[in-house]
Write a protein that binds this ligand. Structure first.
Ligand code: BTN
Length: 255
């Protein structure tokens, strides 16, 4: 993301076996000075982390479990927008696997109503508040045929969606290639170029949504800073910047 013309993301890939979390491994590399684009992958995580303290489950060897060290030259307060950027890149990478995925705000990658990929950007700042680096975690279900009962109704994989196995490494490389392009555009132009691509694949615009703080309305778009825009029943425009948003299922829209 420093404007280098050639491939930066994945110049070094640490391929690990079983780890607690690739986020922790990548954080260690970053703290030791690992450069932009250093990648850590694992075949299994004992303690995979999701957003909001949730766990991220995987099946040995069947998931892409990847953490990327990013050192973008952007203000620290823009770092959360990287999750929108990454969602666009993953959707584009999944196109190359022959499936059309969508994005549920802010950054869940979905196949219909089931989640196929989760993104976890964790920013580290200097004492002065400048962005030091971001560890971008990507958990993408590739070859699972089934999931634990607790997430069976919520999760899907590339294999389930396309009926075909796909090499995890091929999926990794497709994600890295797409991410490199979108990160470069983001650093150069901010969300301006990313936003239309995000909106083109957004799932849930036009559906009723309820923010964690109880505000409710119809999702009508994405603000210039990445906030989800809701229109309340009273016609008021509401911005949701953080937290969970519960969206009604597609088939329930309009009911
Ligand atoms: C989410 O809650 O949707 C985010 C899930 C992020 C999971 C990935 S898997 C690779 C990396 N290591 C982790 O422990 N978490 C992220």
């Amino acid at each position: 993301m420093t404007g280098a013309p050639s491939r930066t993301l994945g110049h070094t890939i640490h391929r690990l076996g079983e780890v607690a979390s690739t986020q922790a491994e990548a954080a260690r590399f970053a703290a030791a000075g690992a450069s932009e684009g250093t990648v850590v992958t694992a075949t299994h995580q004992r303690a995979g982390r999701g957003r909001r303290g949730r766990e991220w489950l995987d099946t040995q060897g069947e998931s892409l479990l990847m953490s990327i060290v990013l050192r973008p030259r952007i203000p620290a307060d823009l770092a959360p927008q990287l999750s929108l950027v990454a969602a666009v890149a993953v959707v584009e990478a999944l196109d190359t696997a022959g499936m059309t995925a969508g994005i549920r705000w802010p950054n869940d990658v979905m196949a219909g109503e089931r989640k196929i990929c989760g993104l976890l950007p964790e920013a580290v700042t200097t004492r002065e508040g400048a962005l030091e680096h971001v560890i971008l975690g990507i958990g993408l279900n590739v070859n699972q045929r089934d999931f634990p009962a607790s997430i069976r109704m919520l999760a899907t994989s590339v294999r389930i969606e396309t009926g075909r196995e796909r090499a995890v490494e091929e999926t990794r490389d497709a994600v890295l290639a797409a991410l490199e392009g979108w990160c470069r555009r983001f650093v150069e132009t901010g969300l301006d170029t990313v936003r239309p691509a995000w909106l083109a694949r957004a799932q849930g615009i036009g559906r009723r949504a309820r923010a964690a703080d109880g505000r409710e309305g119809v999702a009508v778009g994405l603000a210039a800073d990445g906030a989800l825009l809701l229109r309340t029943d009273g016609g008021e425009a509401v911005r949701v910047l953080a937290g969970e948003v519960a969206m009604e299922a597609e088939h329930a829209a309009g009911h």
